[in-house]
Write a protein that binds this ligand. Structure first.
Ligand code: KG4
Ligand code: ZN
Length: 336
């Protein structure tokens, strides 16, 4: 079955045509990063306007690249939550119009479930149940993937998400938005032990995260060095930040997997592209004999393929939306 997957929750307008969820016939991504860079972060109104301008062209290109026409499509899947409300509304309204005009079923997809599904595209052997860390710009969740459409969150961030921490530390160091990838590059030639950074103590749930203390420590380090007119070694500080975030994410996830009896772990979301995070998971999973699944690098960030893939599983599970479908800025994975 052919699904058209539409994503517009943040600063990427992305559309994909996929066969049976995992065979990607085309995937087109129009990113707005260059424009938001000027402001040091995503400007919601600009994001909505660009989605509005681009979504039809991106959809036409995805259909053209796949060699299929709208008539060939069996269902239209769209991200309806969570994300920037004005950005989500563009995709939702466009998908509704397309579905209603063509008489095709409309399938709502939760963005985080989409990130999780990205792993199925390259790892057909990965099947629920397993434990997945989802680390993106807005979320850091440890999720029990009970089935393709059933999730239980066992850990979450109390403050900043991991991607947000990468981006804010990068900004303090003078890297452009989004800074995670710049920290990743600089860390390659840095010494992780030059700067000592704190590890958070999170009381209550042992699988919850907290990144604001780490972020504040990095901002203070940079400001103090500016006041003393000394230079920060950006490579070393990047290596220290990356090492701290990678350790925190991987240790908590693997501890949760052991405690909950999972022998299979996956990582998803934009931060799963980070080389330090990938290496930390490879090391810990190797040591504890767990199977590890990491998304292909081009499927870590926002894309339409992950929405088409999750849309396929949602379709099989009977998820349908009608003309009353609305966008939702905040919605837990457990509420879908
Ligand atoms: O999943 P995503 O594309 O969008 C959201 O749903 O939020 O995640 C974006 C986040 C940003 O914070 C970005 O800096 C981070 O993922 N990111 C990285 C890397 N690539 C993207 N962080 C660290 N290292 C990377 N290589
Ligand atoms: Zn995302």
């Amino acid at each position: 079955m052919l699904i058209l997957g539409i994503e517009s929750s943040c600063d990427e307008t992305a559309v994909c045509v996929a066969h049976d969820g995992t065979e990607i016939l085309s995937s087109v991504i129009s990113t707005q990063i260059e424009e938001h860079k000027k402001y040091g972060g995503v400007v919601p109104e600009i994001a909505s306007r660009r989605h509005c301008e681009n979504i039809l062209g991106v959809t036409k290109k995805a259909l053209e690249d796949s060699g299929k026409s709208l008539d060939d499509i069996d269902a239209i899947a769209v991200t309806y939550a969570p994300g920037l409300i004005g950005a989500l509304l563009v995709g939702v309204n466009f998908a509704k119009g397309l579905a209603m005009a063509s008489g095709k079923p409309l399938v709502p997809v939760h963005h985080i479930a989409g990130h999780i599904a990205a792993n199925y595209i390259v790892h057909p052997e990965l099947k629920p149940p397993y434990l997945c860390l989802v680390a993106s710009g807005g979320h850091s969740h440890i999720v029990e993937v009970l089935d393709y459409t059933k999730f239980k969150i066992v850990g979450r961030t109390r403050d900043d998400a991991a991607g947000e921490c990468f981006d804010k530390c990068a900004r303090a160091m003078g890297f452009p938005y989004p800074g995670g990838v710049h920290i990743d590059r600089a860390a390659q030639s840095g010494n992780k032990d030059t700067y000592k950074l704190p590890r958070p103590a999170v009381h209550g749930s042992e699988y919850d995260f907290s990144f604001s203390g780490l972020k504040t420590a990095v901002i203070n380090l940079v400001h103090n060095s500016q006041q003393r007119n000394t230079e920060i070694n950006k490579n070393d500080l990047s290596a220290a930040v990356q090492n701290a975030i990678s350790e925190i994410l991987s240790e908590k996830t693997i501890n949760a997997a052991k405690a909950l009896g999972y022998d299979t772990v996956a990582v998803a979301g934009g931060v799963s592209a980070n080389s330090g995070v990938r290496a930390a998971f490879e090391k810990l999973c190797g040591e504890s004999g767990m199977k590890l699944y990491l998304p292909r690098k081009d499927l870590c960030g926002d894309n339409g393929a992950m929405i088409a893939c999750q849309g396929y599983y949602n379709y099989l599970a009977g998820y349908r939306a009608d003309e009353s479908l609305n966008a939702v800025a905040t919605l837990s994975l457990e509420e879908i």
